[in-house]
Design a protein around this ligand. Structure first.
Ligand SMILES: [Zn+2]
Ligand SMILES: [Zn+2]
Length: 345
């Protein structure tokens, strides 16, 4: 049996292990993908730290990783749309195909999806066995680094396109990589003022480069001062919650215009207190966003990039896969945007 290196959550404890594991066998509808680059997600950091969410969701040993780009090496007997040599990324939510939403074509709302690198072995390895139906071909013009972050880029696209932002004033809470990509997307599709808030100055600086009108450290200045600076009178038209931080909703509700809209992507560590009466009296519309639309969001990502959207400055560091400890520590420190691991050597 051939073996390969993989980054594995090997034990129910903090940390990860670089191990030699068997190269996976593929089924008739799978691709064997040789991984080129992967990116580290906040979810991977949670699993590394073995927090209470991870303890409930991950059963060691599991190979992590769901953000990847690679090259097809082998195709299963029933695969028709892919051939060896195709460069692909892929949708990491494996859906059941049988529930009402799946059958209605709303696969992102599947009631029993599984996540690769969480519930099944993932892409932090030399190879992954991956369902062909979940793969997505990458255009030649897209660099490997950018292709490796299609999964979180898709979260940004799915969220931002939930409401019309053309000519509108937009508030983004949370300047993690997805918030940063949302800034450049809002700019690309014609929002007017784009204000992003966080407490991390390193990331707020990236937001300025990506086209934010104001990147606000919420510990140092308020959104109402920012709105005055921008001569905004009645509030933001649309807000994207991308922080998962307790105070975010309060800031959003008080600074949205009457009839404003919220698309909410961030996951909160515990229940959130919301001034529901304010939400009702302002006539606010809220939409929860999970994953990416299969596969509308993927086609949108591809065409947005070919129409000139540039998200590359959200990627700040790249390491070889065997330097994973360094990469995770850097991400833990918050002094990074997106961190990529290289597997092609
Ligand atoms: Zn992710
Ligand atoms: Zn389903």
């Amino acid at each position: 049996m051939k073996s390969m290196p993989a980054l594995v959550k090997s034990h129910a404890a903090k940390g990860l292990e670089l191990m030699s594991v068997a190269v996976p066998e593929i089924g008739p509808r799978d691709l064997l993908i040789k991984i080129t680059k992967t990116a580290i997600c906040g979810t991977d950091l949670h699993i590394y730290n073995w927090d209470s969410w991870s303890q409930k969701n991950v059963k060691p040993p599991t190979t992590l990783g769901h953000e990847f780009v690679g090259v097809v090496e082998q195709v299963g007997l029933e695969v028709e749309d892919y051939k060896p040599g195709d460069r692909v990324s892929g949708e990491g939510h494996l859906v059941c195909g049988r529930c009402r939403n799946c059958r209605a074509g709303r696969k992102h709302l599947c009631i029993q999806y599984k996540g690769i690198g969480i519930h099944t072995n993932g892409a932090f390895a030399e190879y992954i066995a991956f369902p062909a139906s979940n793969a997505f071909k990458i255009e030649n013009s897209v660099k490997d680094q950018v292709a490796a972050i299609f999964d979180p880029f898709g979260n940004a696209v799915h969220t931002v396109l939930a409401f019309d932002v053309t000519g509108e004033d937009v508030l983004i809470t949370g300047a993690g990589p997805i918030g940063l990509m949302a800034v450049s997307l809002c700019r690309h599709i014609g929002a007017r003022h784009i204000v992003i808030s966080d407490v991390n100055d390193y990331r707020l600086e990236i937001a300025r480069k990506l086209g934010a009108s104001k990147a606000v450290n919420i510990n140092q200045s308020s959104l109402s001062d920012t709105m005055q600076d921008l001569e905004m009178k009645e509030g933001f038209d649309v807000a994207f919650e991308m922080s998962g931080h307790e105070g975010a909703f309060e800031n959003i509700l008080s600074s949205l215009i009457h009839g404003g809209k919220i698309a909410s992507l961030g996951i909160f560590p515990s229940k959130v207190t919301v001034d529901w009466n304010l939400l009702v009296s302002k006539g606010i519309e809220v939409k929860g966003i999970y994953g990416r639309q299969m596969y509308d969001t993927w086609y949108k990502m591809s065409s947005l990039l070919s129409s000139g959207l540039d998200i590359s400055s959200v990627i700040t560091h790249e390491f070889s896969f065997d330097e994973y400890e360094k990469a995770f520590q850097l991400l833990q420190s918050g002094q990074a945007g997106k961190v990529v691991l290289d597997w092609a050597k």
